[in-house]
Design a protein around this ligand. Structure first.
Ligand code: T3D
Length: 261
């Protein structure tokens, strides 16, 4: 069985984490397959949005802990190797992908699984799902961007509470706290997430890529630097065919037909 299921339809590359018996926890094979899927998303012009979700009752439980040998006497594990070669490149790739990534959190998202969801551009979650910064429960710190995303999304106090206590945060609270875009009824998550992804796939792809670039850079930039960046990216957006089409469609009072160019 592949660890990742991939399907392309109407411009949306659907990527499903597929180790349901382990709540889609990551092992090296799954990392490798996910890398390949995201590389495809980047390379293929036919892909104009990505939809990431999980198979079964969980979204992702982070690292597969059964792969970690921690019995007494076992050599200590250098986790920087796994973080450096698997998790960090994954988070960087999701943020840098010049196409929108929608995450449909279909069940519990724990450890790196929670933070990989937060690395996506639009996060939707089934109302019964939850987010757990479970790292502290096993003596670790939030990785996969957790210590970056959490304080920026929910503020320092809530970030610290989530990280230290490792308690489950319901999808509804995650929405209320501003951690995610929306909590959705369980029965509607899949269709709603697909609808959002399809809408994005029919949009001005180059413009979306530039929006990602601008917003993600803003967390580090001064206003001056950000204004300069906006000027430069708007220049690029203004050269796109989709900009021409957007303005022409507005003037002609018709819906635009964006080609992602
Ligand atoms: O090591 C490195 O490379 C460093 C990088 C680390 C990144 C990380 O993600 S560290 C954090 C690792 N993840 C966790 O600590 C989460 C562990 N899981 C849980 O705390 C709970 O399973 C959940 C809160 C996610 C869900 O709880 P619940 O009660 O809904 O389900 P469950 O019964 O605990 O789990 C269901 C099955 O999935 C169970 O297997 P079984 O007993 O039915 O055969 C359980 O062992 C398995 N499972 C869940 N999470 C993991 C896992 N198996 C391996 N690894 C897991 N992470």
């Amino acid at each position: 069985m592949p660890s990742i299921l991939v399907a392309l339809d109407a411009g949306v590359l659907s990527v499903t984490l597929n180790r349901p018996e382990k709540l889609n926890a990551f092992n090296p094979g799954m990392h490798e397959e996910l890398r390949a899927a995201l590389q495809r998303a980047e390379d293929e012009p036919a892909v104009r949005a990505v939809l990431l979700t999980g198979a079964g009752r969980g979204f992702c439980a982070g690292q597969d802990l059964s792969e970690r040998s921690v019995s007494p006497g076992a050599a200590p594990i250098d986790l920087s190797a796994s973080i450096g070669s698997n998790y960090n490149p994954l988070v960087r790739r999701l943020r840098a992908l010049p196409k929108p990534v929608v995450c449909a959190v279909n069940g519990v998202a724990a450890g790196a699984g929670a933070n990989i969801a937060l690395a996506c551009d639009i996060v939707l979650a089934a109302r019964s799902s939850s987010f757990v910064q479970s790292f502290s429960r096993i003596g670790l710190i939030p990785d996969s961007g957790g210590t970056f995303f959490l304080p920026r999304l929910v503020g320092a106090a809530r970030a610290m509470g989530l990280a230290l206590l490792g308690e489950r945060l319901s999808a509804e609270d995650a929405e209320r706290w501003g951690l995610i875009w929306a909590a959705v009824d369980d029965t509607e998550l899949a269709s709603y997430a697909l609808e959002v992804a399809r809408t994005l796939a029919a949009g001005p792809t180059r413009g979306y890529g530039l929006i990602k670039k601008a917003l993600y850079a803003s967390t580090e930039n001064s206003l001056d630097t950000q204004l300069d960046l906006e000027r430069d990216l708007q220049r690029e957006a203004g050269f796109s065919e989709d900009y021409r089409e957007g303005v022409a469609a507005f003037m002609q009072k018709r819906p635009p037909i964006f080609k992602g160019k």
